[in-house]
Write a protein that binds this ligand. Structure first.
Ligand SMILES: Cc1cc2nc3c(=O)[nH]c(=O)nc-3n(C[C@H](O)[C@H](O)[C@H](O)COP(=O)(O)OP(=O)(O)OC[C@H]3O[C@@H](n4cnc5c(N)ncnc54)[C@H](O)[C@@H]3O)c2cc1C
Length: 458
């Protein structure tokens, strides 16, 4: 059937009120309704800009919905009160030591917005107040960070009356003489162009697109991902197609503890956090199983037989975590009353597993891991049967490189210069800091992109 191209201004579309309404002209189109896109859209609306927020899925939030634990913030009054304070300068210096390629100016600019970001989300009701460390804050009651953020931001977005178009997929950008004039979209069976003066690409990462993982981060091709199904790199591909520059697309944040069951990939990091050790098919530990660099940890795991490991815990660890109990109820864990029986179920030599557990419980007793120097959560003494093991492999959690942007979030061209009215924000970008806290960076970048559009249009 011949594809129909029509302009959105003559279409009827879904509006937030839930009724069909005539679509206004869009001065700005924001593509993607994760934290970056929602923030940009709300700021634009607040500034009097006619903004349309389009989303290919039937619901908002993207990978932001999945953000599990911590919002990155530094030097806040909450951290000061909790005695976990570090200055922004000291934090930046610490990051630079760990990540020599980090852009210190960009990281500093992001971190100086910590209090503002936090106050903004909490003013909407996100309740991100539980200080976890000098750079991490979680929700007060430990509920998932991302779902709290999406819930309160989407509510605010509706209250402001931002025009939101779910089930509307951006297919391409329309450019004339290097300036974006529209976005080609598909909604239902229709394909049409939304004319616009500005576009913000906030389409998230690309970990759910094996073709792009193979192209950009081949080291991790073929592995599962814990990210959202919508994270297929659409914005990255569109921008590259029109000559955008990319940076560090090979850099990803791995999750070393992914369990795959019936096509669902779940993060079992909680099992290590509760003290669990990683054991290979020889029944042996092979690294510091609580090493803070998850990508390095994943590399060690990749080198093991079958590129997999079991995380082993005892009942004390299981009882401490509701999340783990939920996974147990889903049947993810092997279970046995003795380590020898558990080893048989795992297919590892029973003697070796018993030896590993005996040696490790000595380390726990003495507070020193003589084999691999594990320092954190050195608690598993195997004192409480039954024992549990869950099969895990590495998976991609967040992509850290992407479209290169300038300080206004304008997309930089491969051949020099930048697109004057094409912006990018969130996981679709290379942000300069390798996204220590992706939700915080998305919030910051969405805000900056919107402010720049507003400044230019006034
Ligand atoms: C398991 C897991 C745990 C995490 N834990 C944390 C954490 O503790 N703390 C933290 O800060 N971060 C965490 N993150 C990372 C964080 O969730 C994301 O990196 C971040 O929220 C991405 O925000 P975004 O707005 O850039 O993209 P997203 O939230 O992914 O939003 C992008 C949106 O764009 C839509 N879209 C894509 N293509 C198109 C198209 N062509 N047309 C229209 N719409 C499109 C998508 O459907 C999606 O809704 C975690 C991620 C995962 C997967």
């Amino acid at each position: 059937m011949k594809t129909k191209f029509v302009y959105l201004s003559i279409l009827l579309a879904f509006s937030l009120s839930g009724v069909n309404a005539a679509v206004p002209d869009c001065q700005s189109v924001v593509i993607g309704s994760g934290v970056a896109g929602m923030k940009a859209a709300m700021d634009l609306k607040d500034g009097g800009n006619k903004v349309c927020l389009i989303e290919k899925m039937p619901f908002p939030g993207g990978a932001t919905n999945l953000a599990a634990t911590y919002f990155v913030a530094v030097g806040t009054k909450e951290q000061k009160a909790a005695g976990k304070f570090i200055s922004v300068d000291d934090y930046v210096a610490r990051q630079k030591k760990m990540l020599p390629n980090v852009d210190v100016d960009k990281l500093k600019a992001q971190m100086l917005c910590s209090q503002k970001n936090l106050d903004y989300l909490n003013s909407l009701g996100a309740n991100i107040t539980r200080v976890l460390s000098d750079y991490q804050i979680g929700t007060a009651d430990g509920t998932s960070l991302g779902s709290s953020i999406v819930k309160v931001m989407f509510k605010a977005l509706k209250e402001k009356g931002v025009a939101f178009y779910p089930n509307t997929k951006a297919l391409d950008l329309v450019l004339k003489n290097g300036v974006v004039t529209g976005v080609k979209v598909r909604s239902g069976n229709e394909e049409f162009v939304i004319p616009t003066k500005n576009v913000i690409l906030a389409t998230g990462g690309f970990a759910h697109n094996q073709k792009l993982v193979k192209k950009f981060a081949p080291e991790w091709a073929g592995l599962p991902t814990t990210t959202a199904v919508g994270s297929t790199g659409d914005g990255l591909e569109m921008a590259v197609e029109h000559g955008a520059k990319t940076a560090y697309t090979d850099v990803v944040r791995m999750n070393p503890s992914v369990h795959s069951e019936n096509g669902v990939n779940s993060s079992l990091s909680a099992a290590r956090a509760e003290g669990g050790i990683m054991v290979n098919l020889d029944g042996k530990r092979f690294c510091n199983d609580y090493y803070p660099d998850y990508t390095q940890l994943s590399r060690w795991l990749q080198k093991q037989k079958g590129s997999m490991a079991y995380i082993v815990i005892d009942n004390k660890a299981m009882k401490a975590s509701k999340r783990l109990q939920g996974f147990k109820d889903k049947g993810y864990f092997l279970q046995a009353d003795t380590l020898a029986e558990l080893a048989k179920k795992m297919g590892v030599p029973p003697k070796a597993l018993e030896e590993t557990a005996k040696r490790y419980s000595e380390f726990v007793k003495n507070g020193k891991d003589l084999d691999f120097g594990r320092q954190h959560n050195l608690t598993l003494d195997f004192s409480q049967p039954p024992y549990y093991a869950v099969k895990t492999q590495p998976g991609i959690q967040v992509t850290l490189g992407g479209i290169d942007v300038n300080n206004n979030m304008q997309v930089i061209k491969k051949d020099g210069g930048f697109f004057p009215n094409l912006y990018a924000a969130g996981e679709v970008t290379y942000d300069g800091s390798f996204r220590p806290g992706p939700t915080a960076v998305g919030l910051y970048q969405g805000h900056i992109a919107a402010q720049n559009i507003l400044r230019k249009s006034n």
